[in-house]
Design a protein. Sequence first.
Length: 259
Amino acid sequence: MHRSAPRLSRILACATVPVMLVVAGCSSDSGDKKDSGSSSSSAAPSTKKSEASVEPAKFAALPDPCKSISTKTVTSLVPKAKSKGGTAAGSSDTAYRAGCSWNGLDDNGVKGSQYRWLDVGFTRFDSDQALGSGAERAQQDYAKQVAKAKAAEGAKKIAEAPVSGIGEQATKITYDLTKTSEDFKYATVVARTGNVVVTLTYNGAGYAGAKAPSADDILKGAEKAAKEAVASVAAADTKSDAPSGSAKPSEKATEKKTS
């Protein structure tokens, strides 16, 4: 009996070793699975975040503001413009903000004079993961520009209405304003096309006894010019894509050499 007791102890001890190894093995496996599970779960949010990236901006360039309105239109709206080519607005980066203006006094002698001012401004927005898509940012600026036009200091008889056929959305703001002792008629058209906001203002007054221009004529002129300015945005973006197509001539040359 004394001999069998140590033998039984050795058998039990040996029997417990595989169990411990199995437990250790299971513990190790479960740890690996847990770690891999946590790493995969931690990777998931970043994957989802990249999938939810903002929509790319539609336009990557702005037009030359002084060429955004045709010479014919400028001549009809500002007959005696000091510079037919316009005066470019100062900008630290014309890829995002640009503008141009024309003004002139049409002197008709004893019949008085007619003064006209035409101004156009462009603002472009890129898409940003933190700030939103270019179109969304442009919509916010569009609302700000409309509010700014309505808040013109000294403005009277302010009227606002939507405009169709100019960009994706457009608003016209008209008002009267007295300055230099003359009554001016103002019309501002704020339009958005993709990620670009276009703000165009046209105004005029009669001097030395000349009759003031009609509000309707000023508004029609503003809408015509705004339509051309908005169209120039798409045209400028097409030109900005030109370098990507510049390989075609070399391809033709290669084909010619091959033939």
